[in-house]
Design a protein around this ligand. Structure first.
Ligand code: C5J
Length: 227
């Protein structure tokens, strides 16, 4: 810990400093439909093993945040049961015979309240942790996330979850444009596609941290344990 009470994380393109009261762990879309065998992700032909490696490092960070009483926020991608917040363009994208809102292997696909839409048990939200239901890829679009962060004085985000190049990257970019500093631990974010994982992280930290910072979660653990 620095003398001013902040923590300094070794990261790229340079160290990331955060205050415990002004930081939130923002866990993106760790939902059963994306991560579990038999869910929507696998139905689309993806290998969920590519994402499941993120669970254990996320649990480790979540336990640290919980034990210290720091802010934790979860998101879920999904839609109202009446599909009123599902844009027709998103409904038909992919031209698959089974699309968002239809009955899939774990209930109606990406519909709020359905089994597949829920967060995996390993990272299940606890009482007091905000859960943001988002209809888009970015966590700020059509949600009250920005208001929650402002009301709590949060200025820095440690963003984890899935998928790296879709909802994580979109949220990092939205957050950056709203003035938040974002740190992305590489082992806590996952993609079905290794090349997108690599490039998704490179794009965040490029050009002096154009969207944010990248590190390994070991660096965050080391920083918070360093007295
Ligand atoms: C996707 C997400 N990939 N959470 N959603 O459709 O990244």
């Amino acid at each position: 810990m620095n003398t001013n009470g902040t923590f300094q994380v070794t990261a790229e393109p340079y160290d990331f400093e955060f205050g415990p009261d002004s930081v939130a762990l923002l866990i993106i879309d760790m939902q059963r439909d994306f991560l579990e065998p038999g869910g929507f992700g696998e139905m689309l032909g993806n290998d969920v093993a590519q994402l499941r490696g993120t669970i254990e490092p996320n649990v480790r960070l979540l336990n640290i945040w919980r034990s210290r009483g720091w802010h934790v926020i979860h998101t879920r991608e999904g839609h109202r049961p009446d599909l009123g917040c599902l844009p027709p363009a998103k409904k038909v994208r992919g031209k698959s015979p089974t699309t968002i809102g239809d009955v899939g292997p774990m209930g109606r696909i990406l519909v709020r309240g359905e089994a597949g839409h829920d967060i995996i048990p390993e990272l299940y939200p606890k009482f007091g942790e905000a859960v943001i239901d988002k209809p888009g890829k970015g966590a700020f679009y059509a949600t009250d996330l920005h208001a929650i962060l402002m009301n709590r004085g949060i200025k820095q985000l440690i963003i984890t979850g899935v998928t790296t190049e879709v909802c994580v990257n979109t949220t990092v970019r939205e957050a950056n444009d709203r003035g938040y500093d974002c740190l992305v631990p590489s082992d806590c974010v996952g993609s079905y596609f290794p090349e997108f994982q690599e490039m998704g992280l490179k794009m965040i930290k490029a050009q002096g941290g154009i969207f944010g910072w990248v590190c390994h979660s070991d660096q965050i653990v080391a920083a918070v344990n360093h007295q």
